[in-house]
Design a protein around this ligand. Structure first.
Ligand code: 6PG
Length: 243
């Protein structure tokens, strides 16, 4: 697993660089395998990226997007990752809407939603290995990623692709559905997007110490046979010693 750390000036530069990486990975995947399969991240950091991608000329008929995690709220809820994605990445003219597959958060429980999403992934990948061409991830101040929170049972799951996750300490305090490490670490490309000084302590502990998965779950996102890119702005990188 090759790890790359890329540091850019600010959140706008981060979004532009991420858009270029996204477009390159998707173009290569379609050229090599006829399609590109991407997992999108939630939270606020990727909004700039999605607004840029909405204007790029992506080959949407051959690009399929899933979500690496979701909050168990309706799409109209401001906390919904799909709602944020639908309001940024999708434009009336870019053909994205039919290609983004949300978690069914209208099911009664996170466990049912996780099992439903897992089955839909299995049906989509069929006999192919469940291997995303690109998984976008954010980082919480507490070192969580997707909805893999510090000390959560989901960190120990090896035999599921998607599980329910109780709320972490960071808002919003709602039940989540999240990809597990086996899915994340099977990806061909993982791209962490991290901006802001608030994230600097977690970035330092993950990239420059032997911090445990339990303490900083993002530390154990290490693709078995894939590229790992940490794309940081100067604020998020401000406590790194060796970059
Ligand atoms: C979520 C996200 C989560 C997010 C981080 C960073 O559903 O909350 O998937 O993992 O990426 O919490 O969020 P910000 O980009 O808002 O700082």
């Amino acid at each position: 697993m090759a790890r790359e750390v890329i540091i850019v000036q600010d959140a706008d530069a981060l979004a532009l660089r991420a858009a270029d990486i996204f477009e390159q990975v998707v173009t290569d995947a379609i050229k090599q395998r006829g399609r590109a399969v991407v997992a999108l991240s939630g939270g606020s950091t990727p909004e700039r990226l999605y607004n840029i991608l909405a204007t790029r000329n992506l080959d949407w008929p051959n690009l399929w997007c899933f979500l690496g995690d979701e909050r168990m709220v309706p799409a109209e809820d401001p906390a919904s990752n799909y709602g944020m994605i639908a309001g940024t990445l999708v434009s009336p003219s870019n053909g994205a809407s039919g290609q983004i597959h949300p978690v069914n958060t209208l099911l009664p429980t996170g466990d049912e939603a996780a099992k439903d999403y897992e089955k839909r992934l299995a049906d989509f990948f069929g006999n192919d290995a469940l291997r995303f061409d690109l998984i976008l991830l954010g980082l919480g101040d507490d070192g969580h990623t997707a909805s893999l929170f510090p000390g959560a049972p989901s960190l120990d799951v090896e035999d599921r692709w998607v599980v329910a996750s109780p709320p972490g300490i960071l808002p919003p305090p709602v039940e989540r559905v999240t990809f597990t490490y086996p899915v994340l670490n099977a990806a061909r490309n993982i791209l962490f997007l991290v901006a802001g000084e608030k994230k600097a302590p977690a970035v330092h502990s993950i990239l420059e110490t032997n911090v445990t998965c339990q303490a900083r779950p993002a530390a154990c996102v290490q693709p078995t046979d894939g590229r790992l890119i940490w794309l940081l702005d100067k604020g998020a990188a401000s406590q790194l010693n060796c970059e």
